[in-house]
Write a protein that binds this ligand. Structure first.
Ligand code: SAH
Length: 242
């Protein structure tokens, strides 16, 4: 009994690993959010799809587990990496007590890496990822993590910077970061990474707080040494001294 948990990377097939492609080819049935299944449609033609809406993750993983228990080879897909704000942890939890199911997690390129590559090299040194979604994490905890990352002068990749219901989270996050970081701190935004309509822009922390974003965007906040180099965002590793 085999259950793959597959990170499909940010977009289509070209940013997926060969291991992910092979696992998708091998499975009978694929579970995932509709948008992600559409992105990999050519690879899963003719396979059964288990689709539920964005907030039905537990149902989707439970359905995938039940198919695996019936003997099918099943894949649960997440965008990016399944272990970064994805389904991997939940799959282990719903399969607890079923050692007969062999779970294989296949890593994918997370938005911090794929978006970082679009911008240049913003995460060259120590960095933190913080999700601004308070659906599953209380906002106070998010604030605490933002303060910790800023105090440690980490470059930061902000996931889930906004949704239709939450429009001011990025602004609130910027105000917290501005308690310790300078308004000139170099920042970048990347939307639709690896998908049709990919765009990016560079800005400063001071201006970022008034920049509109949506859930298809990943936001990058530099550390105190991050700079713009010919229109790209670069955090120097320090090879050339200060
Ligand atoms: N597991 C995913 C993250 C899921 S959380 C990963 O590892 O990348 C969803 C958030 O990820 C989005 O709100 C956005 O901030 C970011 N994200 C995921 N895919 C993206 C893409 N193709 N373009 C831009 N941002 C993306």
């Amino acid at each position: 009994m085999k259950l793959y948990v597959i990170g499909i990377g940010p977009g289509g097939e070209e940013q997926m690993t060969l291991r992910a492609v092979r696992a998708l080819t091998a499975c009978d049935c694929v579970a995932g959010y509709g948008l992600y299944l559409d992105l990999i449609a050519p690879l899963i033609e003719g396979k059964e799809r288990i689709m539920t809406g964005m907030t039905r993750e537990v149902d989707r993983c439970t359905a995938a587990r039940d198919r695996a228990l019936q003997g099918q080879t099943v894949a649960v897909v997440s965008s990016g990496d399944a272990g970064v704000y994805g389904m991997a942890g939940l799959v282990f939890e719903v399969c607890e007590g079923h050692p007969e199911i062999e779970i294989e997690v296949i890593p994918g390129i997370t938005a911090a890496c794929s978006g970082g590559a679009v911008l240049g090299s913003p995460l060259t040194c120590d960095f933190a990822c913080v999700s601004l979604s308070d659906l599953l994490t209380p906002w106070e905890v998010i604030e605490q993590r933002l303060r910790g990352a800023a105090q440690g002068d980490f470059a930061i990749a902000l996931y889930n910077p906004a949704s239709k219901k939450r429009t001011d989270h990025l602004q609130r996050a910027c105000d917290i970061l501005l308690e310790t970081q300078k308004p000139e701190t170099v920042c970048g935004l990347v939307r639709n990474i690896g998908r049709a309509g990919e765009t990016f822009s560079l800005t400063t922390l001071g201006a970022l707080r008034d920049t509109p974003v949506d859930m298809l965007t990943t936001v990058f906040v530099g550390n105190s040494r991050t700079k713009m180099v010919d229109g790209r965002m670069v955090t120097p590793r320090g090879y050339r001294g200060v």
